[in-house]
Design a protein around this ligand. Structure first.
Ligand SMILES: Cc1ncc(COP(=O)(O)O)c(C=O)c1O
Length: 396
């Protein structure tokens, strides 16, 4: 039977990581994979996570199944982290949150629930968007359509074109928005732009589907939720897919959550029962370990502070690298202004290089990035920054 299946090419980003691992050049730099690294090039276990793991080992007395929605304590804490205290949608009991296997799990479960409510519903995604959005959401059966977002010429959001397209789309369609740290561009909506999107969704009956994979990596834990909190306070229905891979450094534990804002409490109860039936048919229940650690951290004032302080340092490290990269690139040449990199947020930026230039960086300098010239800024270190900027300038 399986002889009908052809060999697929390696995933472009995972393929880059494999090529990077094989490269023997001591100067090699991996700017491909979207994983936070510290200045020693290591993806650390956060101090609060390490402390919570000790607590967890002492507390865990059984490996029996967890409840299908995950730990109630973790769900309540995640809801508070995402919506803030006293959010009207939470206060009116219209929000339901479940734990999911990472942000990917949240996106997929949401797509499956949308399918149950409206088969083949149209979901509008930004051009470009995170590459995995397409198979994750599309293979659930949603009809994916695109709205313009990032302008490669101006290195910024083409907000007029975005709004123009969103104004044309039919009532009841869904719009996928990145809460912060847009992947792959790093170009984020301003508060004023979120306000306009909220107006439009309200006026035209559009349903926002917000993907938040980087809370705390943009401006701050509270600041990064501005758009989703606004939308959730003004609209009857909002979907929020959450990843804890980056902000808790829990990548391999597959920690994520999915929050739905429903129109009223009765619909929330019905929707939640459907959500649990979707997950039962997919994987029964979410992984326990990562969620348990988040539960412990967010229920301890002390560990919450340790965690958010470390997250602040991570955010500031990336912002500092952005500023230093721009300085270095703009000092070495004058033909291109790279200042836009410092205005962007989160892990990613498009350098604006051609595929040939990207390949030259890989082949001649062992600097790895995707063919689109998207770099993961956190892959830089202070030590390698000048090496990277001179190499970029040499291929311009
Ligand atoms: C925009 C976006 N959404 C969702 C995810 C999913 O994250 P997870 O690893 O938690 O599944 C990622 C991960 O890179 C992402 O960049």
């Amino acid at each position: 039977m399986f002889e009908t299946l052809p060999l697929l090419p390696a995933d472009p980003i995972l393929g880059l990581s494999i090529a990077y691992a094989k490269d023997t050049n001591p100067l090699k730099v991996d700017l491909g994979v979207g994983v936070y690294k510290n200045d020693a090039g290591v993806t650390p276990i956060m101090a609060a996570v390490a402390a919570a793991e000790k607590v967890r080992i002492q507390q865990e007395t059984s490996k029996a199944y967890t409840p299908p929605a995950g730990y109630p304590g973790a769900n309540e804490a995640c809801t508070k982290l995402v919506f803030g205290a006293g959010h009207p949608a939470v206060e009116t009991n219209r929000v339901r949150t479940i734990q999911t296997p990472g942000g990917c799990g949240a996106l997929r479960v949401a797509a499956e629930l949308i399918q149950r409510a409206k088969r083949g519903a149209s979901l509008w995604v930004s051009t470009p968007t995170w590459a995995n959005h397409i198979p994750l959401l599309g293979s659930a059966g949603l009809t994916l359509k695109e709205y313009p977002y990032y302008d490669y010429e101006t290195h910024s959001i083409n907000f007029a074109a975005m709004l123009e397209t969103l104004k044309q789309i039919p009532r009841g369609d869904l719009v996928l928005l990145h809460a912060c740290c847009h992947n792959p561009s790093g170009a984020d909506l301003s508060r004023e732009q979120w306000n306009q999107i909220a107006d439009l969704c309200e006026a035209n009956g559009l349903i926002p589907f917000v993907d938040m994979a980087y809370q705390g990596f943009g401006e701050g834990l509270e600041e990064d939720t501005y758009g989703l909190r606004l939308l959730s306070s003004r609209l009857p229905e909002v979907i929020i897919a959450i990843s804890f891979s980056k902000n808790f450094g829990l990548y391999r534990e597959r920690a994520g959550a999915l929050s739905f804002v429903f129109a009223n409490e009765a619909q929330a109860n019905a929707g939640n029962s459907q959500l649990l039936s979707v997950t039962r048919a997919l994987y029964s229940m979410p992984p326990a370990h990562g969620a348990a650690l988040i539960d412990i951290i967010l229920h301890s004032d002390e560990l919450t502070k340790v965690w958010s302080d470390e997250l602040t340092l991570m955010r500031e490290r990336i912002a500092g690298l952005r500023v230093n990269l721009v300085k270095s690139l703009n000092q070495l040449q004058t033909q291109r202004d790279f200042s836009f990199i410092a205005n962007e947020r989160g892990m990613f930026s498009f350098l604006g290089l051609s595929v040939e230039q990207v390949h030259k960086l890989k082949n001649d300098y062992s600097i790895y990035m995707t063919d689109t010239s998207r770099i993961s800024v956190a892959g830089l270190t202070a030590e390698k920054l000048d090496y990277v900027s001179s190499a970029i300038v040499s291929v311009l």
